[in-house]
Design a protein around this ligand. Structure first.
Ligand SMILES: C[S@@+](CC[C@H](N)C(=O)[O-])C[C@H]1O[C@@H](n2cnc3c(N)ncnc32)[C@H](O)[C@@H]1O
Length: 279
C-alpha cells in the first residue's frame, strides 16, 4: 500500500457490496446498506470499474459478496465469543449484526492508513460506536498482530473466529505464515476463514482474463498482488502453522450453494478461493 493512503481496493470492495442492492434482485447474497455511504463521494467511479471487470452474467461483485458472506455463515454456525476481521477495510459487520456485538466482541484489524480513514467516515456518518467493536491498527507485514490484539483486549482463552478475506493476495507468503502461526495460538474451537488467490494456471480462461484486469487495476491503486498458491501449497502453510482444514469449498460448490436459481441470473465470478481452517 502507498504509505499514508487508505486502501482504494477496500473502497472498491465496499462499492461492490453496496451496488448489489441497486443492480440485483433479492435474495441478497449479502445486504450492505452501509457500504456506499462509508465510501462517500466518488463511489460511482469504483462502480464503473466493477462493471468493466464483469462478464455478464458473471458479475465481479458476486465474488466480493460471497467472500464477505461465507465467513459470516461460519460465524453463525458456531459458538464464537470473539470475531476478528483482518484487513477489515470498510466491512460493516458491526452495524449489520448488532446482536453479535451486544454479546460478543468484534475486533477489526487493518493497516493504520485505511483504519484512520474508516474512523473518520464512521464519525462523519455518526455510525454507532461500541466498546465491543474495537478497531486495531496493525501492519500485517510487521509480525505484531498478537501484541496488537492483546493490547486491544482480545482474550486468547475464548473460542474465536477470524476472517481474512480479500487481503492475503496483497501480502507475501512469509507474512501470511506469520499470521497463521499467531491464529494457531487461539483457544481450542477457534478458526479462521481466509481467501487467497490461486495460481493463474489453475483458473479457467474467463477467470484468468479477469485476473489480468484486476492485477492491472490494483497495481494502479498502489496495491500490487503479491501472492498466489496452489491449494496444497496454502494448506501446507496452514498445517505448518498448526491449523487444520475444516472446509475448502470449490468454485462449483459455492456457486451451487449460493447462486443456484437466482432470479437475476447472476453467476459467480470469483478468482479467490476460500479456506476455513481450525485451530
Ligand atoms: C481489498 S481490501 C479488502 C477489505 C475487506 N476485507 C473486504 O473484503 O472488503 C484489502 C485490505 O487489506 C488491507 N491491507 C493491505 N495490506 C495490509 C497490511 N500490510 N497490513 C494490514 N492490512 C493490510 C487494506 O488496508 C485493505 O483494507
Amino acid at each position: 500500500m502507498d504509505a499514508g493512503q487508505p486502501s482504494r481496493s477496500a473502497m472498491s470492495a465496499a462499492v461492490a457490496r453496496g451496488i448489489h442492492r441497486i443492480h440485483d434482485a433479492p435474495p441478497w447474497i449479502l445486504d450492505d446498506p452501509f457500504a456506499l455511504p462509508l465510501v462517500g463521494d466518488g463511489w460511482q467511479a469504483f462502480a464503473e470499474q466493477s462493471v468493466a471487470l464483469s462478464r455478464p452474467p458473471y458479475q465481479a461483485r458476486s465474488g466480493v459478496l460471497l467472500r464477505a458472506r461465507y465467513p459470516e455463515d461460519v460465524l453463525a454456525s458456531g459458538v464464537y465469543a470473539q470475531y476478528v476481521i483482518l484487513g477489515a477495510g470498510l466491512d460493516s459487520f458491526a452495524w449489520r449484526h448488532p446482536d453479535f456485538v451486544r454479546k460478543g466482541r468484534l475486533f477489526e484489524v487493518d493497516h493504520p492508513a485505511t483504519q484512520t480513514w474508516k474512523r473518520e467516515r464512521m464519525r462523519a456518518l455518526a455510525l454507532p460506536a461500541s466498546d465491543r467493536q474495537v478497531l486495531v491498527p496493525a501492519d500485517l507485514t510487521g509480525d505484531t498482530l498478537d501484541a496488537s490484539l492483546t493490547r486491544a483486549g482480545f482474550d486468547w482463552s475464548l473460542p474465536s473466529l477470524l476472517s481474512w478475506v480479500g487481503t492475503t493476495m496483497y501480502l507475501g507468503p512469509d507474512a501470511i505464515g506469520a499470521t497463521l502461526r499467531i491464529v494457531a495460538r487461539c483457544a481450542a474451537g477457534s478458526g479462521i476463514v481466509l481467501s487467497y488467490n490461486p495460481r493463474p494456471e489453475l483458473l479457467d480462461d474467463l477467470h484468468r482474463e479477469v485476473l489480468d484486469d484486476v492485477s492491472r487495476l490494483v497495481a494502479g491503486m498502489g496495491e500490487p498482488l503479491r501472492s498466489a498458491f496452489a491449494p496444497d501449497e496454502i494448506e501446507r502453510l496452514a498445517a505448518t502453522a498448526g491449523l487444520q482444514v475444516a472446509e475448502a469449498p470449490s468454485h462449483a460448490d459455492l456457486e451451487r450453494r449460493y447462486f443456484n436459481g437466482r432470479p437475476d441470473g447472476m453467476r459467480l465470478l470469483m478468482i479467490e478461493r476460500l479456506l476455513w481452517l481450525r485451530v
